[in-house]
Design a protein around this ligand. Sequence first.
Ligand SMILES: CC(C)(COP(=O)(O)OP(=O)(O)OC[C@H]1O[C@@H](n2cnc3c(N)ncnc32)[C@H](O)[C@@H]1OP(=O)(O)O)[C@@H](O)C(=O)NCCC(=O)NCCS
Length: 151
Amino acid sequence: MSVDERAQVRLERTAAEATLPLRQRVLRPHQTVHDVAFPGDDEADSAHVVAVLADGTVVGAVSVLREPAPWGAAGWRLRGMATDEAMRGRGIGARLLAAVLDHVRDHGGGLLWCNARVRAVPFYERGGLRTRGEVREEPGIGPHVVMWRDV
Ligand SMILES: CC(C)(COP(=O)(O)OP(=O)(O)OC[C@H]1O[C@@H](n2cnc3c(N)ncnc32)[C@H](O)[C@@H]1OP(=O)(O)O)[C@@H](O)C(=O)NCCC(=O)NCCS
């Protein structure tokens, strides 16, 4: 992404509601916008970040919420990472992931984990996460694997 393009996409901290249409469209097209809210979305510690164009169009979104890892350790769960298909490969996802790491750091750091789509594993690896355990099939969504890192 050129400097000009990068300047045209700004990141904004927002309420969960602003992330729902993109979350639904990119990640859960088989569900409705009302179905894609996550438990804990509205907790005070949760953060939602969107990438928006100058005209206000949301082209990227991510959320991070306090939630123990599947193996029981306290931590933060990254959820709902999505970039509009037409805007992929320009570093928007990497900027969103960096904003999540900042949020966790600002809250004292700790374990960050997510259920990653297998297709997205190289993307998260570039952000310092590594896989743990086996690939599992998520009904209606596809193969996933848990990824994590310390922040
Ligand atoms: C994963 C995703 C958020 C990355 O967003 P992005 O803005 O393209 O991210 P960046 O430009 O920083 O990084 C691009 C990398 O994302 C990965 N990627 C590209 N297309 C992808 C896709 N359809 N699904 C998953 N990962 C993808 C690739 O590793 C790519 O690297 P490359 O350019 O070397 O091929 C975006 O591809 C997406 O929304 N995918 C569909 C939904 C998804 O899989 N979300 C993650 C759920 S765990």
